[in-house]
Design a binder for this molecule. Structure first.
Ligand code: CTP
Length: 403
């Protein structure tokens, strides 16, 4: 069995500290080993006992600063132990200390005594966040490649203001941490632009009825997040998705569409910018031949609905692309998956195709997990069941060494 992943969590003193309980709990439940450091101010918002209970390990505070861990100073051994360091919420004070390399407590000393990637998630009042000095510190910190930042979102703050300053959502921190554990913090997609499609398309017969499919967009969103976490510029064209999934995309350029025709138009519009095009959307293959502007009465729906094919977007992109642009398709299959996917790869002139079964219980449409065979040239790489984020990384691991 492989060794569990190790995440060190540093909590500084802001009201969002209470959300770290959820983050730590989710990481522990996913089998990640967690150690945590709380600053003095953090303990006013979340107790060391809460953190210790959820992480299944004593939580560290400045009281432990000179506690030797098997004879070695704690900040050194914790720093060496960590594979990824999360600092959230990051207060203006701790941000300033990190930007200037100051070390006056256990948390900041451990940052300097470690070399792993650090994910930082600021949270503060809007005026504090928008202070030029805070913005300068933030930009300065992010110039250091070691630091990965998830900026604060807009929302209602604890001070009752509506504005920027709300800590990134716990789920966003968790997926970013999983990405960093996978990549080791490498930004190996930096300098590349990825145009990705996600979700289903809906082909309306009238304002309330459509032809569609059960794709939720989770795989395309996982691809977009994984690419973003590895430094790519991402343009995501997506069909209708649940709001919770759309909310995950705050840091990504998105273009929501409904129909295949609109997805086609958006993909063509953004094609020139892309180095890689990943068509993960489950495009409806047909649409009703007519679209009624008003809701049809039940009796007015023809028993034999006339259908028309929609354009094959991928085929069209293959004709339009420049030779250096790489085109990657998906093939959602039932039964045999490799042969039909290979046929699509050749017919559509693709560089790679991801064949994934949609008739398995645990994986596929709507699930958080997936499995696939990635086909590229004469190579076939089996990706066993894993989270969609992990699968996205496995696909990029292969593509990045190939192209
Ligand atoms: N695709 C597309 N436009 C369509 C249909 C599919 O761009 N109108 C893309 C999908 O996004 C996917 C790939 O083509 O990347 C394969 O899609 P799939 O539905 O598996 O194949 P089809 O070409 O539609 O063939 P069939 O339905 O006959 O299996």
């Amino acid at each position: 069995m492989s060794k569990p992943d190790r995440v060190l969590v540093g909590i500084s003193g802001g009201i969002a500290a209470y959300k770290l309980g959820w983050v730590i709990s989710q990481l522990s439940q996913a089998g990640v080993e967690v150690r945590a450091i709380l600053t003095d101010a953090a303990q006013a918002f979340i107790s060391p006992l809460t953190v210790a209970t959820l992480s299944r390990h004593p939580a560290y505070t400045d009281d432990h600063f000179w506690q030797a861990d098997q004879g070695r100073p704690l900040h050194i051994s914790l720093g060496e132990w960590a594979e990824v360091f999360l600092i959230a919420p990051l207060t203006a004070q701790t941000l300033a200390k990190l930007a200037y390399g100051l070390a006056d407590n256990l948390l900041t000393n451990t940052v300097l005594a470690s070399t792993c990637p650090v994910l930082v998630a600021p949270a503060m009042n809007t005026d504090m966040w928008q202070q030029p000095v805070v913005q300068r510190n933030w930009q300065m910190l992010l110039q250091d490649q070691r630091f990965h930042g998830v900026g604060p979102g807009q929302g209602r703050l604890a001070c009752d203001r509506l504005g920027a300053g709300r800590m990134a959502e716990p789920d966003d921190l968790i997926s970013y941490l999983h990405s960093l554990l996978h990549s080791g913090g490498k930004r190996d997609l930096e300098g590349r632009c990825l145009l990705i499609s996600a979700g289903s398309t809906q082909e309306y017969l009238d304002p309330v009825r459509f032809i569609g499919n059960p794709s939720t967009g989770k795989m395309g969103v996982a691809l977009a997040l994984a690419a973003h976490h590895r430094g790519a510029r991402v343009v995501l064209v997506h069909g209708p998705m649940e709001q919770g999934l759309v909310d995950r995309l705050a840091e990504i350029e998105t273009h929501p569409v409904v129909s295949a025709a609109a997805m086609h138009q958006a993909m063509v519009e953004h094609l020139a910018r892309a180095n890689w095009i990943v068509m993960a959307a489950a495009v409806a293959d047909v649409k009703p031949a007519t679209l009624s502007a008003t809701k049809l009465a039940k009796g007015a729906i023809p028993p034999n609905l006339a259908l028309e094919p929609v354009a094959d977007i991928l085929l069209d992109l293959a004709r339009r692309r420049q030779p250096q642009q790489k085109l990657i398709g998906f093939a959602a299959q039932t039964g045999e998956i490799v042969a039909p996917a290979l046929e699509k790869l050749h017919r559509k002139g693709l560089d790679a195709i991801v064949a994934n079964p949609v008739d398995q219980l645990e994986t596929g449409f709507g699930r958080d997990t997936n499995q696939a065979v990635l086909i590229c040239g004469d190579q076939q790489i089996t990706i066993s069941p894993c989270t969609k984020l992990e699968m996205a990384h496995r696909i990029f691991d292969y593509l990045v060494q190939k192209y």
